[in-house]
Design a protein around this ligand. Structure first.
Ligand SMILES: *Cc1c(COP(=O)(O)O)cnc(C)c1O
Length: 461
């Protein structure tokens, strides 16, 4: 093992050094790259030196997500404290189903969950768990909502038409999950949004009332805290009032921006969160832990047990249920995703988490100010979001995004809202400085000058 760790150390050092000079790896079309790297698995072993060489070639050719050139997804950066926790979790390799197998690590998970519940304002009747991503924590919310609406479903299967409600701007896991849950994609109601991308509570109310009148059973309203494209926050209070009126489970999908709960300055975006039934967020997005670190918490922990507990004599052999988190999880064997978050949190305190969140909004302000004050840019998104959407010199967003990728300059994606396509720039990497945000725009402008001369004189209208 010592030898493997030394190899890890040397590979890591080389990678870190190279990332400093090269923030984006060369683009090589998939098939060419796979030929070049020699990923084949053969019958015979290879010697350690060759093995190391292959590993090195592989990591050096892998997209870099921790650099100041990566703005493509809703995660980025490399938080050293969280990485340390993650490496320890790999080394320890506990499965988080029982106290017997995970011991002290069960305590780590419980402390993180308790603290999240307290942050929301929930008492010890609340609890939560970790799953392998925001899609899956959303799935758990749907299963609990379904079972809460009709507890027989767990035994008999879905026998009546159930409906779920989510905004047209919400994440694609909702229809997928509706299919998995036996509710069906056709029974997802896509509620329209207002002009800043937030779900319309009046339209929601009408949609639920209509389904009830038609004899269907509404089971879940999914609100989003940080929509995937615009980073918009649905109005939790207004939506909650509609849910209360119709007695429907309310979940808040905070995968992207739910971590605002840690910020005094920005938690107002989730005002009324303490009144919802469940809430999930990805610490691997705003908090910056390695993938994946997804938490779901429920106001009444009974629902976790109702939907996810199953007896298994071969597994749950010792200790009380309270210390056997396998009784309330989606999986059986489960990685220790809590340790990376705990390691970071323990180090920087809740105030440190707040700083991370606030810094991302401050970086977004810098980006917005730049875009709004520069005549060659058109701004499409809104304040109070860490997604900054724009076009430069009217260049079609997809063309610009693809070219930046293929020429290995920058990784940034594109999206659309209403009639407009645009570049979606996210300031989720809290390790970036304000200068690095401004450097992004400089790089983009110089790139267009050099590689897209046909656009360099184009003026925006
Ligand atoms: C990222 C995201 C998800 C999915 O989370 P994964 O961890 O990628 O599965 C769900 N909802 C929203 C709003 C997201 O931004």
């Amino acid at each position: 093992m010592e030898k493997a760790l030394a190899v890890f150390q040397s590979l890591a050092s080389e990678l870190l050094a190279d990332e400093k000079v090269k923030s984006v790896v060369d683009y090589i079309p998939a098939e060419q790259l796979f030929d070049r790297l020699d990923l084949s698995l053969d019958d015979n072993p290879i010697d350690d030196a060759t093995h190391l060489e292959k590993l090195k070639a592989l990591i050096m050719a892998t997209p870099r997500t921790a650099t100041n050139g990566f703005f493509n997804q809703l995660y980025g950066g490399r938080n050293e404290k969280a990485v340390l926790g993650e490496l320890l979790a790999v080394l320890l390799n506990n499965s988080m189903y029982t106290y017997k197998a995970a011991g002290a690590q069960v305590g780590v998970e419980k402390v993180v969950l308790r603290k999240v519940c307290e942050t929301i304002g929930w008492d010890t009747n609340a609890d939560g768990t970790f799953a392998t991503g925001g899609s899956l924590t959303n799935f758990m919310s749907m299963l609990m909502a379904r079972d809460a609406a009709n507890s027989k479903v767990r035994f008999e299967g879905v026998r009546q038409r159930m409906t779920v409600y989510t905004s047209i701007e919400s994440h694609y896991s909702i229809p997928k999950n509706a299919a998995f849950a036996g509710i069906g994609r056709d029974n997802v109601r896509y509620i329209p949004v207002n002009n800043v991308g937030e779900m319309d509570p009046v339209a929601l109310d009408k949609a639920i009332a209509k389904d009830v009148a038609d004899g269907l059973l509404p089971v879940l309203v999914n609100a989003t805290a940080g929509t995937t494209v615009l980073g918009a926050f649905d109005n939790v209070e207004a939506i909650n009032a509609v849910c209360k009126k119709h007695d429907v489970w309310m979940h808040v999908d905070g995968a992207y921006c739910g971590s605002v709960i840690f910020s005094k300055k920005y938690k107002h975006h989730l005002k009324g969160l303490e009144n919802v039934d469940s809430f999930s967020f990805n610490a691997h997005k705003m908090i910056g832990t390695p993938l994946t670190c997804s938490i779901i918490v429920v106001k009444d922990k009974k629902h976790l047990r109702d939907s996810f507990a199953n007896d298994a004599e071969y597994l749950f052999q010792t200790d009380e249920d309270e210390f056997n988190p396998g009784k309330t999880s989606l999986q059986c064997g489960r990685r220790n995703d809590a340790l990376k978050f705990w390691t970071l949190w323990k180090s920087v305190g809740t105030k440190g988490l707040e700083k991370i969140v606030d810094h991302q909004f401050a970086l977004a302000d810098t980006a917005r100010e730049y875009v709004k004050n520069h005549p060659d840019y058109t701004f499409y998104s809104f304040d109070d979001s860490i997604s900054v959407c724009f076009n430069y010199k009217n260049i079609p967003a997809q063309e610009l995004s693809v070219k930046l990728y293929e020429k290995a300059e920058l990784m940034v994606s594109h999206g659309n809202f209403q009639e407009n396509d645009f570049i979606r720039f996210v300031t989720i990497n809290a390790q970036n400085s304000h200068d690095e945000i401004l450097a992004f725009f400089k790089r983009l402008e110089e790139f267009v000058e050099e590689h897209m001369p046909e656009y360099s004189d184009v003026k925006t209208i």
